[in-house]
Ligand binder design. Structure first.
Ligand code: ATP
Ligand code: MG
Length: 192
């Protein structure tokens, strides 16, 4: 079995995330993709993310009817800064026979060499990156043994940062966030 893993803040989840997971699965023949909201992200430790249970709920709503996409609360229950190496070690132990693929957007590629324990990470998982508008990769990672698959995908110009801004200003987001997630955001008055 080929298992994709995708971490992030998902604050909020948007169709760029869902598209990236689907495109990676289609092009690399993944059997399932597990999405993992971070407790805190290494890139912005201590940053005020929306409560983990809300971000988890949004992911669950958006993936409920999706045969390929799953959600895990592993990083949230671990707490603290969610280093990918800890998550991948866990899934490697849990699925010793399966191939693991860590899915990222192009904005993450140039920093990969500096991820915690990248040498070990490169042994435990392959990486897939999705093109993202405005992010051109000048220097591919130099970590020995690292496998990085490029996935062209749908290349959507969407970010959670922009959507938080739109929501705060009451601008429409229905093109970018699934309807059931928009309802949830309204119910809990998130991003006001
Ligand atoms: P923020 O603006 O808060 O950083 P984001 O939109 O970048 O939010 P994250 O939760 O940071 O979303 O991203 C989780 C993962 O999804 C990262 O690997 C990121 O590169 C990837 N990703 C996010 N948006 C897209 C997109 N539009 N296309 C491809 N990959 C994406
Ligand atoms: Mg981001």
């Amino acid at each position: 079995m080929k298992i994709g893993l995708m971490g992030g803040g998902f604050d909020p989840l948007h169709v760029g995330h869902l598209g990236a997971a689907q495109d990676a699965a289609d092009q690399l023949g993944l059997d399932r993709v597990i999405m993992l909201p971070a407790a805190e992200t290494p890139r912005k430790p201590g940053a005020a993310l929306t409560a983990g249970d809300r971000r988890l709920a949004m992911l669950k709503l958006a993936t409920a009817d999706h045969p390929l996409l799953e959600v895990s609360d592993f990083e949230l229950t671990q707490g603290g800064v969610s280093f990918t190496i800890n998550t991948v070690r866990h899934f490697r132990d849990h699925y010793p026979q399966d191939e693991l693929f860590w899915i990222i957007g192009a904005d993450q590629v140039e920093s990969l060499d500096h991820w915690r324990s990248i040498d070990e990470l490169a042994l435990l998982t392959e990486f897939i990156y999705l093109a993202r508008p405005g992010h051109h990769i000048k220097a591919p990672p130099a970590t020995p043994g690292l496998t990085l698959h490029r996935c062209q995908g749908r290349c959507l110009d969407i970010s959670s940062t922009k959507l938080r801004e739109n929501l705060r200003q009451n601008e429409p987001v229905n093109e970018f966030i699934p309807p059931e997630v928009i309802v949830y955001i309204g119910q809990w008055k998130l991003y006001q």
